[in-house]
Design a binder for this molecule. Sequence first.
Ligand code: SF4
Length: 418
Amino acid sequence: MNTIDLDHRAFTSPGQGYWPEATPEQWNDWQWQMRNSVKTLGHLTGKLQLSQEEHAGVLLANTKLAMGITPYFFNLIDPFDADCAIRRQVIPRIEEMTYEPTDMADPCGEDHDMPVPGLVHRYPDRVLFLVTDRCASYCRYCTRSRVVSGVGEQELELDFDRAIDYLQKHTEVRDVLLSGGDALLLSDARLKSLLSRLRAIEHIEFLRIGSRVPIFLPQRITPELCAMLKEFHPLWMSVHVNHPKELTVEVREALGRLADAGIPLGNQSVLLKGVNDSPAVMKILVQKLLRCRVRPYYLYQCDLIQGSSHLRTPVSKGLEVIESLRGHTSGYAIPQYVIDGPGGGGKIPINPNYVVARTPDSLVLRNYKGDIYEYPELAAASDKPQEPTPVYRHLEFIDPIEEREEITSRSWRAGRRD
Ligand code: SF4
């Protein structure tokens, strides 16, 4: 439910909840958290009253995308609300077995753009380097559910030597994004070795890590990890938070350690039905992210991954969310809404339309309140004087002026000034 819980503005700690017997040392040890993850129906017994849909989903999860939830993150689930926004993200449901005709196993078309195993080279100057198939917890809408968690039909092939060799030869690549799975699940030593090999390639200017570990497993963000990452600047990180409840005291501290290590932080959210498809929830989320020193970066329309239709929203909902933020809160808080072009089109920005009309010599704009403004367009030197041309029509805003008639720049101005 998108209940607007004002408590979500506050940073709270879920505490040890269902694991009171763990010592503080165990609880704060990320490897203990991973060893004690909630993975089976048995682990849920006595913790959650599952709905029928969840019960059936949990039984089938290990045939498609494993269930796995760290004890820390599990404690954020509301045990009494089957529609809890946290629960919807990590507890499997039977709807995952329903495939719509438009669903795809590889909605971003990554497999076609892999010159060597694990390396996606789609854009001219940057690559996505998949370095593991494991995550701290598994998101039920994961774009890469075909390869993450190790239970699906497809295995993620990894060959670091071939990937490094490819990168050494491809001098056009200046930006490498490590993802997976989650690169921060590699040990410090393994990650350091990989980052060192990448840094040794002269033309690679910029390293990024895409990770949900700071959110699922903030215990992993140790001072030692941060000190190691700091050696590889410029290194940026994109985290993944969907709901303000995920921003706890523990997460704020983990993000603070990363920010103190000089790592610029951005957030990528996925627009999810019943999780964050609400202007009010999203506003709290983006404002809270800024308080954690994280810049909201992308809001993704949920990909057409098989079995995710119960979590998808119409695109109009995403536009509504963005429009509710623009002008109503800090510009730094507003992510770019994008759709990953199905089948491999890459990220395509989607924006509410603020250009009401366009003529050769002016733009008619609306602001966040719907007020109309005209901005003069400079004629290019090669432009010849021309007859007014039909302008782009935005009926909602043109209606009061022109009553849906074909309009020209001249008639529009006349309409305005009369
Ligand atoms: S953390 Fe990322 S890669 Fe892992 S399951 Fe979630 S969305 Fe997929």
